[in-house]
Design a protein around this ligand. Structure first.
Ligand code: DGJ
Length: 737
């Protein structure tokens, strides 16, 4: 059993293979947090529960004589609000009598086999891992609000998930104003925060800062998880490294506006509260109704590498679904950076022919294939092929592409509508716009109201119509603007605060129906590159276009930052043209491939402009990719160096799950004249194994991990190397056994 209730001490204990999480129902019915961290082997951690007399921190009425008991200073599992815990709270609501307080006390708990479910929302699923669930019911009898805290324990994965369900147990209406998913308390220690900020074309840049007293807020109010602040944060020991130090990760399984507040309080305790962004949130809960929050994935590990490995594993095995979860992903060619909007069927076919010759498997037709779409000012919403560009329609194009031996993929941006479209002319009220106000425009498009049933039905009919009619094996699902003017013309004014979240309930429902009806289609998420790169989207699309920036040098940092929370198989990465279209930088073809092979691999350039020798080089790249894909996608990733701007090189290593193979990759970003050779200690190999390094050297895993490996001198513009490391003693060993 990974969940236990110890009646004598009032403890609820969650245990994974390497971690333990203790909470305590104290004598007054408050659910206190005791400990989360590496397993201690000790059951009774009640001694961690201490109260102190704290000035200016009040006491619950019944404990008014005990000045040591204050909600303002005690670590809690999910906070009350308005009753004297003045730190960031987990929840806020207005009750029907206008009061805005609630104090939650333990009522009951249940322990069950399997994973709790969250209606309508993506979440970690039990993939035969025998998850267990603890639900703790907390109640405030004056406000008549019940909070059901769900915890699922994935013992072998070292993962705990959390979500909350808020129930209006009274006869009046309750308006929820904040409903976070989880509250994590770190009562002791000195912590750094690593968060992943960015912008369009430069997503998920890691930034590490020591927590200072006050509240750190990481949030998106853009109606999307956003390019700017990813819903993933790490809290780690001040001196934590890739290999040592306690590291906690919190990841929200959600794609809309989110907020994480991390408070270092007056007593040097840390409280981290993660969940929906409450800025525009107001949810009406009628009597007996419930609200389900999105889920938070928690892990605690020794060192950043182990933490990443745990998140990679849970995302790969328990978030990503369907037949593309494991195994080969098609090597694709996308026409966007080759043609942008300017293409004809003929031009596409020439590229496709070359794509087939060099060994790619899937041709993806990006934006611009539908009526009135010659630039980004019109056409979204009317998903019928442009007969000027594609005289035989999609049928004829697909037939020709298939006859070359390639599969066909299509770009869509279903959540959007152009003002200049038949859809908008017919249903202007289907767009999110505030009454009497000209909406903010972005890329000249508006966002459809995904909280409306008619919109979901229209989109389901349209997309399933395309997938039924045409032989399409891949969909790139784009989303190219933030959501502003968020107002639904189908909801009354009092319920407008529900629209941001109802939008995602609608989107997830649509996606769920499509992935269920078309299990053989590979969906790739996209939002102006990686603007919606989150675990919520990965529940539907096994890979997400990591960034619109395809410059391999920029990508080093983007993919490095992304890798802290998300596995390589989820990161769409393409070889594009040089000079690069976003940065103007020139890089060798080999370096572009080295970096793209660290993710879900493809090409995005005009292949017809390549020389014969470049085509040969690409054939070789694809052959290599096929060989290393299993170890990159299913193995362990080690970040052997940082990728920040001051580094002269970036090195990473992918090791296969059985440690029989590894791929060592380096890109030199700043070669030094007569400089010191680059030397690195490898990781993750079997110390006793004998490995051949690039066919050049043969030595033990221990030697490679202790004395390390020295690269040959790499000079020129952004040179790179990929070195295959293979175990050579396996066969011998097998023979001996
Ligand atoms: C933004 C995407 O990230 C690009 O790859 C491309 O699909 C364009 N949109 C098309 O409009």
């Amino acid at each position: 059993m990974s969940i236990r209730y110890v009646k004598e001490s009032g403890q609820l204990i969650l245990e994974t293979a390497g971690t333990a999480y203790h909470m305590k129902i104290d004598g007054h019915g408050y659910l206190q947090h005791l400990y989360y961290g590496a397993g201690t082997g000790h059951e009774d951690l009640s001694y961690m529960y201490r109260t102190y007399d704290r000035g200016f921190s009040g006491n619950p009425y019944e404990l008014r004589d005990d000045r040591t008991y204050s909600l303002d200073s005690m670590p809690q599992e999910y906070t009350s609000f308005g009753v004297g815990d003045f730190r960031v709270n987990s929840i806020a609501a207005s009750c029907s009598d206008g009061s805005r307080c609630a104090e939650f006390r333990y009522m009951s708990h249940e322990i069950s086999e399997g994973k709790y479910s969250i209606p309508g929302l993506p979440s970690v699923y039990d993939n035969g891992d025998t998850a267990e669930t603890l639900t703790v019911n907390l109640m405030d009898n004056a406000a008549n609000i019940m909070v059901r805290l769900h915890y699922a324990v994935f013992e072998e994965l070292d993962i705990i998930t959390r979500a909350a369900e808020i129930v209006n147990a009274g006869p009046g209406t309750v308006w929820l104003r904040k409903a976070s998913s989880a509250c994590l308390e770190l009562p002791f220690g000195r912590w750094d925060m690593i968060h992943f900020h960015g912008r369009h074309c430069m997503e998920r840049q890691p930034e590490r800062v020591p927590l200072f007293h006050g509240i750190h807020t990481l949030s998106s109010g853009r109606g999307m998880s956003g390019h700017q602040h990813n819903p993933f944060v790490i809290l780690c020991d001040r001196d934590a490294t890739e290999d040592s130090g306690t590291c906690y990760g919190m990841m929200l399984v959600y794609s809309g506006s989110h907020r994480t507040e991390i408070e270092l309080d007056q007593f040097d305790c840390v409280r981290a509260v993660m969940g929906l962004n409450d800025d525009r949130f107001r949810w009406e809960l009628g009597p007996g109704e419930s609200f389900h929050t999105p889920e938070v994935i928690l892990s605690c590990a020794e060192g950043l590498t182990q933490l990443s490995h745990r998140f990679h594993r849970v995302i790969r095995n328990n978030i990503v679904r369907g037949r593309f979860r494991y195994g080969h992903r098609p090597v694709l060619v996308n026409n966007w950076e080759a043609t942008y909007f300017d293409f004809t069927e003929e031009k596409l076919l020439v590229i496709a022919r070359r794509a087939a010759e060099i060994g790619t498997e899937l041709f993806v037709l990006d934006d611009g294939w539908f009526r009135n779409r010659n630039d980004d000012n019109a056409g979204l919403g009317d998903w019928a092929p442009d007969e000027n560009k594609l005289p035989g329609g999609l049928e004829s194009l697909i037939e020709k592409i298939k006859s070359m031996g390639l599969d066909f993929g299509l770009w869509i941006e279903p959540e959007m509508v152009s003002e200049d479209s038949d859809l908008y002319r017919a249903h202007p009220d289907w767009a999110l716009t505030a009454p009497g106000r000209a909406p903010m425009m972005a890329r000249n498009q508006l966002v459809l109201d995904m909280s409306r049933r008619e919109v979901i039905e229209y989109l389901y009919e349209t997309i399933s119509g395309l997938l039924e009619r045409y032989d399409i094996s891949y969909i790139k699902w784009d989303f190219n603007r933030p959501i502003s003017d968020i107002y639904s013309h189908s909801l009354p004014s009092a319920r407008q605060g529900e629209v941001p979240h109802r939008y995602y309930l609608g989107l997830y429902e649509l996606y769920e129906r499509l992935v269920t009806a078309f299990p053989d289609v590979l969906f790739e998420g996209c939002a102006g590159g990686g603007g919606r790169f989150d675990a919520g989207m990965l529940f539907y699309s096994p890979q997400i276009w990591c960034s619109d920036n395809t410059d391999p040098v920029s990508r080093l940092m983007i993919q490095y930052g992304t890798s802290f929370g998300y596995p390589p198989s989820c990161m769409g990465a393409h070889v594009s043209a040089s000079p690069n279209h976003q940065t103007g930088r020139s890089t060798p073809l080999s370096t572009r491939a080295t970096v793209a092979m660290a993710g879900s691999f493809g090409y995005e350039l005009d292949l017809t402009k390549l020389t014969g020798s470049e085509c040969e080089e690409i054939k070789e790249q694809i052959r290599l990719h096929r060989k290393i894909e299993p170890l990159v996608h299913e193995g362990l990733l080690y970040r052997l160096s940082s990728a920040d701007e001051s580094s002269r090189f970036v090195i990473w290593e992918n090791v296969s799950p059985d440690r029989s193979e590894a791929l060592l990759s380096i890109v030199v970003t700043d070669p030094k004249a007569n400089g010191a050779p680059v030397h690195i200690k490898l990781k993750g190999l079997d110390p006793a194994g004998v490995y051949s390094v690039g066919g050049e050297i043969e030595c033990t895993g221990m030697a490679l991990m202790q004395s390390g490996y020295t690269f040959e001198r790499l000079t020129g513009d952004y040179p790179s190397r990929q070195i295959l490391i293979r175990r050579t003693d396996m066969k011998e060993k097998d023979d001996k056994q």
